[in-house]
Design a protein around this ligand. Structure first.
Ligand SMILES: [Zn+2]
Length: 240
């Protein structure tokens, strides 16, 4: 969401108590302390280093936290592949994925039973569900984004739907907005908030007080959505 430039991530692994754990090291000029967190998406650890701290010092810090890290990793919710019988939170409500090999067509939603039906052969189910979610994301997001932009008398140049790693949405100077299709697995209010946030960047390409006042005007009472993203956002990466 933030138009913030970050140093590129270095992917790696670290051995903790004989267990090989994925490790990402990030150098952050604004960080004041070394910090470490467990990343639900990778099932690994993210280490953030202030600019002038040596990597070795950071790794020592990670090792000190071995027990805490391994416990957190054990407690992570499981990965949910898109397959027959899986339950996924489509627009925040649990929906069952049902493979219908005998049916023709692609993917269709049965709202009454909260079922996402998938035709075709089993090896294609995951891809078809992903493609369908991307298509739904384009529909839901475009509708909200264009309506919100129109209210501000602004034009959106282009909307892209992607699988972004660390941002749920972004807005460029050229009025190109992009969003993660995974927002389709978040509650509707969260989707609405992220769209309002990015559309507000068409007016204020920053995170100034003026920007946040505009977001509040476009999407009142957005605190729960912001909190949800902070608390649960990473968990959206465990699907698919
Ligand atoms: Zn932003």
């Amino acid at each position: 969401m933030a138009p913030v430039t970050r140093a590129p991530m270095q992917a790696n692994t670290i051995e903790l108590d004989g267990q090989l754990v994925p490790l990402e090291v990030q150098i952050n000029g604004r960080a004041r302390n070394i910090s470490v967190r467990v990343d639900e998406r990778t099932g690994g650890v993210e280490l953030v280093l202030p600019r002038f701290v040596a990597k070795a010092e950071g790794l020592a810090f990670v090792r000190e936290k071995t027990h805490w890290i391994l416990r957190q990793l054990r407690e992570l919710p499981p990965h949910v592949p898109f397959e027959d019988g899986a339950v996924i939170p489509y627009l925040g409500d649990d929906h069952l994925i049902a493979h219908r090999p005998e049916e023709r067509g692609a993917v269709w939603l049965e709202p009454a039973t909260r079922t996402i039906n998938v035709a075709g052969e089993a090896p294609h189910v995951a891809r078809r569900v992903t493609d369908w979610l991307k298509k739904q994301a384009r529909i839901e997001i475009s509708e909200r984004a264009h309506a919100t932009a129109a209210a501000l008398d602004k034009r959106i140049h282009k909307i892209q739907i992607r699988d972004t790693r660390s941002r749920w949405g972004s807005c460029s100077e050229e009025a190109k907005l992009s969003f993660s299709w995974r927002l389709m697995l978040a509650p509707k209010d969260v989707l609405t908030y992220v769209v309002a946030h990015e559309v507000a960047h068409l007016v204020e390409l920053n995170h100034s007080n003026r920007f946040w006042r505009l977001v509040d005007r476009l999407c009142p009472n957005n605190e729960p959505a912001k909190y949800w993203l902070k608390r649960h956002g990473a968990s959206l990466h465990r699907f698919g």
